[in-house]
Design a protein around this ligand. Sequence first.
Ligand code: NAD
Length: 420
Amino acid sequence: MLDGHLLGGALSRLDEAARHIQIDPDVIERLKYAREMTKVRLMIRMDDGSRKSFIAWRCRYDDTRGPTKGGIRFHPDASAEEVETLAFWMTMKCAVMDLPYGGGKGAVRLDPRSLSRAELERLSRAYVQAFSKVIGPDRDIPAPDVYTNAMIMGWMADEYASIRGEPVPAVITGKPIALGGSLGRNDATARGGYYLVNRLAADLGLGAGMRVAVQGFGNAGQFIAELLAADGHRIVAVSDSRGAVACEAGLDVAALIALKAEGQPVTALTGPGVAAVTDAEVIGAACDLLVPAALEDMIHGGNAGSVRAKVVLELANGPVTPEADRILEARGTVVLPDILANAGGVTVSYFEWVQNRQGYYWTLEEIQERLRSVMEREGARIWAIAREKHVSVRTAAYIHALKRLAAAIEAHGTQQFFAG
Ligand SMILES: NC(=O)c1ccc[n+]([C@@H]2O[C@H](COP(=O)([O-])OP(=O)(O)OC[C@H]3O[C@@H](n4cnc5c(N)ncnc54)[C@H](O)[C@@H]3O)[C@@H](O)[C@H]2O)c1
């Protein structure tokens, strides 16, 4: 973290929002700390017969509005603080979208590429064994995040079913379709961001033939590139953890996706006008829309000044630090914040949970239509708050979420109620 404390930075956004509305001090006190944080060591048998241990966490940040919800990340840099911060963001995100959930998150510190497939399955099952009393369809509902996927969710749901002695598909979302997953979950994060950009395009000064740069070409990054390219926008630069490529005329998105599916980096793309560039050149690309879709803190005090995009769509969680926010705002760049911009993922996760509980499954059209309607509704409300209060879209999103959280927290009684 370049600007200081990660959770502190996240909470500073809450304080900023609280300055614009009347809420009971109990609300902020409650939202400053995680409700429950569990740390374990997972022990698994490796293929060579040895035993290896991995540190793992699950955080239930706040459950005032419902069971906690949030992904599980497998990453070599995962930390307790990162998990708590991501769980805090999930709390705000579920409130932004008016989902009946609180916020949670989990992680295992490892490089998943260093494990065989069988080792990865054992690790995923070990995670559920360790946290079987923390998670549950009415308590805490995990989902995929960075370097976890539908197959891993399927192993985890299966392990939970073995422990409970019955299938409980609603314990986890982002499962394979054949195991109770929802149609439309795979591209939901990107699709939500896409609906949001389209809804606000006129207000944002965006139009046909936009130039788009995407940092991070994984699940979120590939789908947003595909959706925007299909509408005739030009994807002028993309990066992944191994490098970056650019092409002024527009990169061949289908070819890039095919390369990634083969396990190749984006830099394997060749063709007329395609050049290898640095990740810094993706951040500073001459474009209308910049989409950070990798990890936290990618746009910070040191590089925010190089951003040339009119609009930043935060598909990643926490990609812009508070210091970078101030620099971008001063330069007139609009940031569509993570807790709104990437909330399509958790929204379709919610749809999956509802379908699992009903045992009745919706069509892709129904799911996409419901997602579009929620993204447009909450996006327009947040945009209106930003205009009315003369605040950034991020502060407006926090105000919007905070009002909903405050209503739930205050319903248990305020300071004034108990003191009076
Ligand atoms: N997948 C979802 O449904 C979802 C939902 C909400 C938010 N998010 C957020 O979106 C972000 C990406 O998640 P994902 O699911 O697409 O993960 P993913 O693992 O599929 O993709 C991450 C991508 O980022 C790239 N990357 C990593 N470090 C990088 C670096 N330093 N520079 C450039 N690229 C780098 C990786 O190579 C990979 O291509 C995360 O912040 C995640 O929390 C994802």
